[in-house]
Design a protein around this ligand. Sequence first.
Ligand SMILES: NC(=O)c1ccc[n+]([C@@H]2O[C@H](COP(=O)([O-])OP(=O)(O)OC[C@H]3O[C@@H](n4cnc5c(N)ncnc54)[C@H](O)[C@@H]3O)[C@@H](O)[C@H]2O)c1
Length: 371
Amino acid sequence: MPERPNIPNGNTNLETDMVRKIETETPGSPVRFGIVGAGGIARAYAEALQKTPTATLVAIADINVSAAQSLAEPLGIPAYASAQELIKGQPKLEAVVVCTPPATHPDICCTLLHAGIDVLCEKPLSIDMDGVLQMVEAAEESGSLLTMASKFRCVADVQKAKELLDSGAIGDVVHFENVFTSYVNMAGRWNSKPGISGGGVLIDNGTHSLDLARYFLGPIDELQVIEGKRTQDLAVEETVAIFFHSRSGVMGSIDLSWTIRKEVPYYIQIHGSEGTISLGWRESKWKRHDGNWETFGPGYDKVGAFAAQIENFAKAILGEEPLLITMEDGVASVRAIEAAYESLSRNPWVAIKGLDWRMARSGDTLTKTMR
Ligand SMILES: NC(=O)c1ccc[n+]([C@@H]2O[C@H](COP(=O)([O-])OP(=O)(O)OC[C@H]3O[C@@H](n4cnc5c(N)ncnc54)[C@H](O)[C@@H]3O)[C@@H](O)[C@H]2O)c1
């Protein structure tokens, strides 16, 4: 393992993030990656790693070793039964993508970080603040990089929208809307087991939403969450609405569900005093109030976003680029979700009392009697 300079990471100081450059044994060669957790999302990473010239996938680990083998064998690379075995078996490993269920993230990430391996951890970084702070401490002590997967930040259309917003194209930003709803039967999956997942759709999809809101608008100062009807017989929430205010005064609303499917072509709309930006699955567009819609970008490309994220992480390891998603972003994301659950546990409703209207028509006159 090459010696690593002990430079703290995860702050928003881009220069600090850029300074860290490890000495690979063969300068100019791609960064050697492993994957821990060989389930659904690991397949997208394995595909994305094939498309990223600055990275090469060298091994895969999973406590279900046959899952690791089924992903590793077609690629001609070894499989291991744990993160520890991966570290022992691959002394030249430089980086790992952690794709295991959320409650396992702190232990696995701390083991890897302490071994001097840079970590890109799937969202949510942790199901609670204790876990994420342990991870930050491990990264700071070891000088290894820690970043949270946030694929939407790596979508070209999202980056273009951020440029438009920052250039003042739609004036003063007033309202942010996001919809991530689609039907998924979560019965029997770890996603609906709160000890493993940390909660339901709020932590699962909401981690993406609140990170995107922070990316576009800056810090989120306050939020409240209301829950919709449960239909899937799960121990966790399956439909929620989040309302928030950013520090910059923007009002936001986010709809999340594993049950309803809102057929909206644009998953984010940002409304300003002079126009609107709409980010869509198939195309994105923007307009000024007095102008016509202008389309931009190809929409959402999942593997392309994963590849762009790996590319940025690999270049940050090589000291060529700042990390797109800093540790501070990751911690802010866990903190926002914790606040969202605190809100969910409170009752934000004000009952409407004393208004029992009896409405009766007599001729053309509507009479109302208040009891
Ligand atoms: N960014 C996205 O769009 C996206 C989408 C889906 C899932 N995710 C995230 O990716 C992570 C994995 O989700 P998934 O849907 O791929 O889950 P999954 O259940 O399909 O796969 C998880 C794998 O991790 C393995 N595993 C569990 N504990 C382990 C341990 N201690 N060590 C090694 N392997 C272990 C399991 O055996 C399983 O093969 C979660 O954090 C999830 O929130 C992100």
